[in-house]
Design a protein around this ligand. Structure first.
Ligand SMILES: Cc1ncc(COP(=O)(O)O)c(C=O)c1O
Length: 509
């Protein structure tokens, strides 16, 4: 449920006077700062447009943060467009009302009862939901293909994972659906579990039977929570799968900045409040929320929501065509593969290189040189992100450049070697929170085999932990991480990213 108007004004300072309306665009002309005319259905966007117009006109002398005071002669253009949510888009005392209005509109669009806009990505959303579902020591049934943010959510909330594993696509080694039966079995053998957490679509766009998972969770009397970080566009075209809430999930997190044209870090947390308590959801969300949300971020989430509501079908329709055409074009290149079929989110483009002999890092370097950084480049897999903001020209340029790079780096076809992120079989010795807070020590990585990891180590992307706090470090996991590192992959979050040493739980004296 939306919060009361002044709920989020946490400092009792003087409210600023209401500002006069910013000058409107001359009659008949579109406002260049709102080219699609979204502001009439987007209260935060409207407030941002007003505030920044006033700042630009020199009509403000703010005696509040941010410290740049809307001047660009100190740190320069880097602060352009920055506007605080409170004392900017709204007053400190009443800014919560305009934010709540925007969040309520998003809740309505996704068919949820509760929604909050996050300025700290799906990372914050996942952790908020971990804090919302149970109490320390309780179990959750959770997919091991989860993003590291959710694993750290377990640490924060003290939840104990009961892992379920996705199936694997035989040809590529990439993760496929999480079988509903695995979740049912886990729930049956852990009747005290308080929730089911899944990531869907997976990082590589594979999708599970969310409606089946929702039924399984609900039959066990627990909520289904879905990390849908990549899926803010799902459900907005008849040829797209439904979004998680429509499929029956009780809560979903999605990054507006990933699939939608929103500011970096913008994310939505959406929930139905049958099995989840709205007051608890609010407490959990606020626990790690900033007190100074960036107005530009929340306004861009609001604008993206208004855009989806009005033009979503047309924009998603174009996106579906673009990706279908790109898949078709790439599939004609000898040796090149693309993930496709009913188990794959139709707007995700996952390029499989092994049959061409080209190495993903060489292809990535060529793409970067051509001004086209991609979301993920592993030796065997390239994942560009194609969104509502792309068109025929950008996608054709990408596929053309990609094909040329593949031809430059072509070699002998090889068998794909899946990232260790997709081959983890966890052996949990301690709950993640216990291991995180236990006394630790740094040991030579070879000596760490058989010990309990105190740290989280993940190739990034995809950010799926290979070593998680509380898990036994196996020789296979270490060898696979070393291979990734030696092959030029980034090993993230490890205290020693070169993997000469690892942090383990100290052995009691
Ligand atoms: C599956 C998944 N969940 C959550 C996140 C975190 O999202 P954000 O970067 O918006 O915090 C990511 C990031 O890539 C992700 O892939």
């Amino acid at each position: 449920m939306p919060l009361p108007a002044d709920h989020r004004a946490d400092d009792a300072q003087q409210a600023r006077p209401t500002r006069p309306a910013a000058p409107a665009a001359p009659a008949g002309l579109p406002d260049a700062r709102d080219p699609r005319g979204l502001r009439s259905d987007a209260p935060l966007l409207d407030a941002w447009l007003r505030f920044t117009a006033q700042a630009q006109a020199g009509a403000l002398t703010p005696m509040s943060v941010p410290g740049h005071k809307q001047r660009q002669d100190l740190t320069g253009a880097v602060v352009a467009g920055d506007a605080p949510m409170y004392t900017g888009l709204g007053t400190l005392k009443h800014g919560g009302a305009v934010l709540a209005d925007a969040e309520k509109r998003a809740a309505r669009l996704w068919g949820a009862d509760w929604c909050r806009f996050s300025v700290a990505g799906s990372t914050h959303g996942n952790q908020a939901l971990a804090l919302a579902v149970g109490s320390p020591g309780q179990e959750v049934v959770i997919a091991r293909s989860l993003h590291r943010s959710m694993l750290l959510g377990l640490v924060l909330a003290g939840l104990r994972p009961v892992w379920v594993l996705p199936e694997r696509d035989v040809a590529s080694g990439l993760p496929a659906a999480v079988p509903v039966d695995s979740v049912r079995t886990a729930l049956a053998s852990h009747p005290q579990a308080c929730a089911v957490f899944l990531g869907d679509p997976s990082y590589v766009g594979t999708i599970s039977d969310l409606a089946g998972h929702a039924r399984a969770a609900h039959e066990a009397g627990v909520p289904l929570v879905v990390d849908a970080a990549w899926a803010a566009h799902l459900g907005f075209h008849p040829d797209l799968p439904p979004h998680a809430i429509a499929a029956g999930a009780d809560a979903m997190v999605t990054s507006a900045h990933k699939a939608l044209p929103a500011f970096t870090q913008g994310a939505l947390v959406l929930a139905r409040t049958g099995l989840l308590d709205p007051a608890r959801l609010d407490r959990a969300f606020e626990a790690t929320n900033t007190t100074s949300p960036a107005g530009a971020i929340v306004a861009s989430i609001d604008a993206a929501r208004a855009l989806l509501a009005r033009d979503g079908v047309a924009l998603c329709g174009r996106l579906l065509r673009l990706v279908a055409d790109a898949r078709q074009r790439l599939a004609q290149v000898p040796g090149l593969g693309v993930l496709d079929g009913p188990g794959v989110e139709p707007t995700k483009l996952v390029v499989l290189l092994a049959g061409t002999g080209a190495h993903g890092h060489s292809i990535e370097a060529d793409l970067i040189a051509a001004g086209m950084p991609v979301e993920m480049a592993e030796p065997d897999t390239i994942i560009p992100v194609i969104t509502l903001a792309d068109d025929e020209a950008t996608v054709a340029r990408f596929t053309g450049t990609l094909i040329a790079a593949i031809e430059r780096h072509r070699g002998a076809p090889r068998r794909p070697v899946p990232s260790p992120a997709w081959t983890v079989t966890p052996q949990m010795a301690l709950a993640p929170r216990e291991a995180f807070f236990a006394p630790g020590e740094t040991v030579c990585a070879d000596d760490a085999v058989g010990r309990i990891s105190a740290e989280l180590v993940a190739p990034y992307p995809p950010g799926v932990p290979v070593l998680a706090p509380g898990e036994i470090i196996t020789a296979e996991a270490l060898a696979a991480l070393r291979l990734t590192h030696a092959d030029g992959g980034r090993i993230a979050y490890a205290a020693d990213p070169g993997l000469a040493t690892l942090q383990v739980v100290a052995t009691p004296a």
